[in-house]
Design a protein around this ligand. Structure first.
Ligand code: PEP
Ligand code: MN
Length: 339
């Protein structure tokens, strides 16, 4: 249940409200919101419903929720969320094309790729500086140096930048150098990290955990939203399937499913979903046709030299063709509507 309070509620009225809620065996989590001061209530809601909370001075509105993900659901907000990332908007009909290498490898290499993806049609540049790798012996990114290169190349090309954060201790370095923080699949359930990016207020790209249900994923988003950070974009990047031929299985149905459940924008990452460059374009087109608010695509000017995820990197010319297809598809698809 959500209880929306007048932000200027007096301390005495506020105590009366808290006492009534706690007295009914419920817990209160407080978060600032555009609509006032928001209390997310959990616990014995049937008992709480016996109390006429709506007549307490200072209570503006009570929203009964049928879903545990209170803040991301349409029951909380009727308009689609639009997230501003630098000059790029995502959601509510604004389509993001995020292009760039898996990892920042060098200044000159990133600049070459950034110029190519911008010319191709990207409106955001990606590049990992802190790379969570399955093997500790793989290239794990340039760290802070990578972030600084990304920031400079973003400024040089006029593209806002997104990069993964893997550790709450990197929050200052990340928010001062990138426009959007990515939470990768391995960290979707790193709740301390989610709280930290929530507190930052910075735009967040929240990837779906490899074996997370849609409800798990929305609850992870809830951790960020509950800190008063509404700037969350969800990213379907494939879930673990049983077939070893492809890296993952892109859950296309998750796109309309999220649309039905949540006002948050949802994009797709067909690069990590398939692991093969040849399959990226068809799935990016499919995700767009399914109503996604964007795509994230790994691009490298020399995939044969890439230090991570070489097999799934598109070449700039392929990326440009894909962007053209997406433009045409977007014309056919029209606005994104709630299903
Ligand atoms: C990435 O975007 O480079 C990445 C590591 O993604 P994921 O967390 O989806 O594997
Ligand atoms: Mn990658």
């Amino acid at each position: 249940m959500l209880v929306i309070l007048d932000p200027h509620v007096s301390p005495a009225h506020r105590s009366a409200i808290d006492e009534a809620i706690r007295g009914a065996g419920c817990t209160i989590a407080e978060t600032p919101s555009r609509r006032g001061l928001l209390l997310v209530i959990d616990g014995d809601l049937d008992r709480l419903r016996q109390i006429p909370l709506g007549v307490f001075p200072g209570v503006r509105k009570i929203v009964s929720l049928s879903k545990p993900y209170a803040l991301s659901s349409w029951e909380h907000q009727a308009e689609p969320t639009v997230v501003n990332v630098g000059t790029t908007r995502i959601g509510g009909g604004h389509f993001a094309i995020i292009g760039g290498p898996c990892a920042v490898e060098s200044r000159s290499g990133l600049l070459e790729i950034a110029r190519a993806v911008k010319e191709g049609g990207a409106n955001l540049l990606r590049g990992g500086a802190y790379k969570p790798r399955t093997s500790p012996y793989s290239f794990r990114g340039l760290g802070l140096e990578g972030l600084l290169i990304l920031r400079d190349v973003g400024q040089q090309t006029g593209l806002p930048v997104v990069s993964e954060i893997t550790d709450p201790r990197h929050i200052e370095a990340c928010i001062s150098n990138v426009d959007m923080l990515q939470i990768g699949t391995r960290n979707m359930s790193n709740f301390d990290l989610l709280v930290e990016v929530g507190k930052s207020g910075h735009p967040v790209l929240l990837k779906r955990g490899r074996s997370a249900t849609i409800a798990d994923w929305l609850l992870a988003a809830e951790y960020i939203l509950a800190q008063g950070n509404p700037n969350v974009v969800l990213c379907e990047r494939g879930i673990r399937g049983f077939d070893p031929l492809l890296r993952n299985t892109l859950d296309l149905a998750a796109i309309p499913a999220i649309r039905g459940l949540s006002h948050l924008p949802v994009i797709a990452d067909p690069s990590h979903a398939t692991g093969r460059a040849a399959y990226v374009a068809p799935l990016a087109r499919a995700a767009c046709a399914a109503g996604s608010d964007g795509v994230m695509i790994e691009v490298h000017s020399h995939p044969e030299r890439a230090q991570s995820d070489a097999e799934q990197a598109m070449r700039p010319a392929e990326f440009r063709d894909l962007c053209e297809d997406l433009r045409l598809l977007l014309q056919v698809r029209g606005g994104v509507t709630r299903s």
